[in-house]
Design a protein around this ligand. Structure first.
Ligand SMILES: [Zn+2]
Length: 716
């Protein structure tokens, strides 16, 4: 009795010890997986091989029904009824093996195969015993469903294709839950001997095995006679297919070894890649080699299409650069943020006249695109025509540090230098931005407007006037209309950087924001590379591909107040007329019309000098205390003597506006007479370095004075 008990306990102890020693651990815990990226509904956008070079998708819990039925029919009919090992088939296999004199076949359950796949050992009798024990232990730990999914995710399918999902894409070009019965049967048969039977070799044997499995499945009543005959006709797969490759720049940056679901909509993505590919082929012939486009859904804030550079089918040097995520000179693309912010704070009203006269910007004089000055331009027109000089005047009024910090708050991460480093050039492309962040910032304005998303620009009336100003087609002469079949109604802005290096276009509708950048990743400029002529048509082509929606609804916020129709300022008691419009609440703190005095409208002489050329209705006031004013430079400017091509010093052209065209003006530099002018009051001088005062006097004794500093060394 006692002896028997000892033996029993020893056996139990031995089994337990063996069980502990042979415990399978967590199967596949150190296996690397492919990087997989899907669209918003789980559709495959693209993938990368795992670290070991295998196409092995991260495990999925779901095993599609057809594959499961085919697999179990072929490999393990009693899977749901055995405890990990199937004694009947093991004995059968053992007898078969003894007769053959070597290990030839099977008898392995799916569970045992999971163990073998995870251990990767030789197929010997000893290993088989270990596998059997571990299989039983695995069954204790995991559900049948989990074991089946472990098998499906790790079974070999020939070559470097591992797991059902990778096999499904590589052999049939679709996900495993869309496989036909014939396809599922093919994949059920393959892992049994992936190196011997492969879609590439022994096709007859593979076909024979597939078809006999199909007949068995049909006999079980899984599908009709008709499906059987059609299935038997289906061809075997040929050479492995390439995996889908959309939004390749997102795939390239996706976290390794896992499935990442993005907000991309695959059908839109395909369309956008086609559009971008078409344009980029054309642009390439003009020396414009890189093109990027982004679409954001304003309702959700998701990026729904992302084309980091041209189309993935094109192989060219630099194509890999995700140009949408690279910092580039912003050109004029940031102007709407300044316009909206200045209105939100009551610095301007929608139609306030902004100065458009020569301005000195740290020794540099910015020009409008057409090299003209207009004297004074309503703010919204200055925005829709993208005038540079009024933008500089407006930024000076708003403040560079404040605008710099506003842009950062709007999500621009690349303005890392101190505001003083950028100075007023910040509004003309002196800073850099990424297409991703700029498009998102534009979308931020829309989201703030349509769904009250928190954003630094939140005043709805200001945003409304911004959208309205940007709706007016700007600079239509620059657009190549041949490219644009029809224009979708959109608020849009273009930008061109100095030297024609960067061409931007961003368009907004209530539903979508579309951002486009064109240029060369290496930074080479191309004559004619402008936002309006190059990126604008691409942006509209993309907008046209999106569903048509409504325009922005007029806001109900703000106040109604009278403005002066001539100056755009709040109406003053001197303004003869008023026009009531909706204004931001901050408007009441803004300056009333400064140009109407005693009923007559008079701009300061410098503004007037340019303004009257474009406004024949403007009457130069007869009696006005200010007869003349310096146009250039402004008082307090820092000037640099330009250097000529031959290295000698050039001259600075001083300009003056006089209300009486025929007046003679005598000029004095530091109280020394330097010349006289009549009709056109321009005088070229080369003052020495240091501080100077220039005074002009006319015959009636009126004077104008300007102080400035001349610095040494200069540019051409
Ligand atoms: Zn007025």
């Amino acid at each position: 009795m006692k002896r028997r008990r000892v033996i029993t306990l020893s056996v139990i102890g031995f089994i337990l010890l063996g069980a502990i020693l042979m415990s399978p651990g967590r199967p596949f815990s150190d296996v690397p997986y492919s990087t997989v990226v899907t669209d918003c509904e789980g559709e495959l956008l693209g993938a990368k091989t795992a670290a070991d070079g295998q196409w092995r998708f991260p495990p999925s819990e779901n095993v599609p029904e057809r594959f499961e039925k085919a697999l179990l029919q072929f490999e393990d009919k009693h899977f749901y009824h055995h405890p990990g090992v199937n004694p009947v088939s093991m004995v059968r296999a053992l007898v078969g093996n003894i007769r053959a004199g070597k290990v030839t076949s099977g008898g392995s359950t799916i569970t045992m195969q999971v163990i073998r796949l995870s251990r990767g050992r030789e197929r010997t009798v000893k290993q088989k015993i270990i596998e059997s024990v571990q299989a039983v232990l695995l069954e204790i730990r995991y559900s049948k469903k989990k074991i089946l999914s472990l098998y499906a995710s790790h079974a070999p399918f020939g070559g470097n294709v591992v797991g059902l999902e990778a096999a499904s894409w590589r052999y049939f070009g679709r996900p495993s839950d869309e496989l036909s019965w014939a396809e599922a049967a093919t994949l059920a048969v393959l892992p049994n001997a992936p190196s011997e039977i492969h879609p590439g070799k022994n096709r007859d044997l593979l076909l024979q095995k597939r078809n006999s499995l199909l007949r068995e499945l049909h006999e079980k009543g899984y599908f009709s006679d008709e499906t059987l005959s059609l299935s038997l006709e289906e061809p075997l797969p040929d050479a492995p297919l390439p995996l889908p490759s959309y939004a390749s720049h997102i795939v390239a940056k996706a976290p390794e070894g896992v499935v990442t679901r993005t907000g991309i909509r695959i059908n839109l993505q395909k369309q956008i890649e086609q559009i971008v590919g078409r344009y980029s082929d054309d642009f390439a012939t003009r020396g414009i080699n890189d093109l990027a486009a982004i679409v954001i859904d304003n309702t959700t804030g998701e990026t729904i299409a992302y084309c980091g550079n041209s189309s993935p089918g094109r192989i060219r040097q630099g194509m890999q650069v995700d140009i949408a995520d690279s910092p580039r000179s912003t050109g004029s693309i940031l102007k709407p943020f300044l316009f909206s912010a200045a209105m939100q704070e009551g610095i301007i009203l929608p139609y306030t006249l902004i100065k458009d006269v020569p301005v000195n910007m740290d020794g540099f004089s910015p020009q409008n695109f057409d090299q003209q000055f207009y004297g004074a331009v309503p703010a919204s027109e200055a925005l829709s025509r993208s005038l540079n000089v009024p933008a500089v005047h407006l930024l000076r009024a708003y403040g560079v540090p404040k605008f710099h910090s506003l842009l950062k708050d709007c999500g621009l991460s690349t303005l890392r230098k101190d505001p003083s480093w950028y100075g007023l050039s910040l509004i003309l492309g002196g800073g850099e931005g990424k297409l991703t962040e700029i498009t998102r910032a534009y979308s931020g304005m829309v989201r703030s407007y349509i769904i009250d998303e928190k954003f630094p620009l939140s005043d709805k009336v200001s945003l409304w006037y911004t959208f309205e100003a940007l709706k007016d087609v700007n600079r239509p002469d620059e657009l190549d209309w041949r490219y644009i079949p029809s224009l979708r109604k959109a608020a849009w802005k273009t930008g061109t950087s100095y030297g024609f290096r960067d061409a931007w276009a961003v368009g907004m509708t209530p539903e979508y924001t579309v951002g486009v950048w064109a240029g060369n990743a290496g930074g080479q400029g191309v004559p004619g590379l402008t936002g309006a002529s190059v990126s604008g048509p691409v942006m509209f082509a993309i907008l046209n591909a999106l569903p048509l929606g409504e325009w922005f609804r007029e806001p109900s916020e703000g106040i109604f107040a009278e403005i002066c129709p001539l100056s755009g300022h709040l109406r003053s008691p001197d303004c003869p007329e008023g026009k009531e419009i909706r204004l931001p609440s901050a408007a009441m703190e803004s300056e009333p019309c400064p140009y109407h005095n005693g009923g007559s409208f008079a701009l300061p002489p410098a503004m007037e000098w340019f303004y009257k050329k474009y406004h024949p209705e403007y009457e130069v006031p007869k009696a006005s205390p200010r007869r003349m004013e310096f146009i250039y430079p402004e008082s307090g400017s820092e000037l640099t003597i330009p250097r000529q091509m031959d290295g000698s010093e050039g001259k600075i052209v001083f300009e003056l506006a006089h209300r009486d065209p025929s007046a003679t003006v005598w000029w004095h530099l530091d109280e020394e007479y330097v010349g006289e002018t009549r009709f056109v009051h321009n005088l070229s001088l080369t003052p020495s370095p240091g501080r100077h005062t220039l005074v002009a006097v006319d015959a009636s004794g009126h004077t104008a004075a300007v102080s400035f500093v001349v610095k040494t060394g200069g540019r051409f």
